[in-house]
Write a protein that binds this ligand. Structure first.
Ligand code: AMP
Length: 208
């Protein structure tokens, strides 16, 4: 099953993908996570994208497309994938259709006020990427990862100015993909206002 998770930042794509990958036994491919891993490992790609990501702007299409092409060519992606955060522009979607057949595009739907609340309260463990929310999904001890005991941080791009920019970028560059995939008959809306377990059940009903 080849799936694309589409939706604004903060809608819960990463959270649902992390549990859906086990339910469907396919890899979760998050372009944001791959970029963050490159920044952490101080690779050339990491150096190139660091400032762009911190501001909430998009990494250039050619860089992102090449990276995804490489990742989809790996063995585990042959049985299917969940693409989370890609495509984010029409040229990326065109490139994806040349690389692979997408079975369904899940459109994560959440009101804007809720998105803002979710993003500004998000905290992450830098080494594992595990995410929490200060109100909706707090760690056992405030500010500390449950498993590694490391301090939680706020992503640079979850700070207020970057959040507003990311939402603008989403509206301008990514939201047009809703009509793009609707026209191809691939788009299904998923209401993301509930709990992750319930959203996963709704997703299973759509897909299985
Ligand atoms: P995410 O973790 O999906 O919110 O992505 C974090 C950041 O990584 C985005 O704000 C962009 O700077 C960059 N990024 C992730 N995916 C893409 C993409 N498909 N195209 C361009 N930039 C991306």
């Amino acid at each position: 099953m080849n799936l694309v998770f589409l939706g604004p930042p903060g809608a819960g794509k990463g959270t649902i993908a992390a549990i859906a990958k086990d339910a469907f036994a396919i890899p979760h491919i998050s372009t944001g996570d791959i970029f963050r891993a490159n920044i952490k490992n101080e690779t050339e790609l990491g150096k190139l994208v660091k400032e762009i990501m911190a501001s909430g702007n998009l990494v250039p299409d050619e860089v992102t497309i090449k990276m995804v092409e490489g990742r989809l060519g790996e063995e585990d992606a042959k049985k299917g994938y969940i693409l989370d955060g890609f495509p984010r522009t029409i040229p990326q979607a065109d490139a994806l259709s040349r690389m692979s057949n997408v079975d369904k595009v899940i459109n994560f739907v959440l009101p804007k006020e809720e998105i803002l609340k979710r993003l500004s309260g998000r905290r992450v463990c830098k080494s594992t990427g595990r995410t929490y929310h200060i109100i909706y999904n707090p760690p056992k001890v405030e500010g500390i990862d449950d498993e590694t005991g490391e301090p939680l941080i706020q992503r640079d791009d979850d700070k207020e100015e970057a959040i507003l920019n990311r939402l603008e970028v989403y509206e301008k560059s990514t939201a047009p993909l809703i009509e793009y995939y609707k026209a191809k008959g691939l788009l299904v809306d998923l209401d993301c206002s509930g709990k992750p377990e319930d959203i996963l059940e709704d997703l299973k009903k759509i897909l299985l």
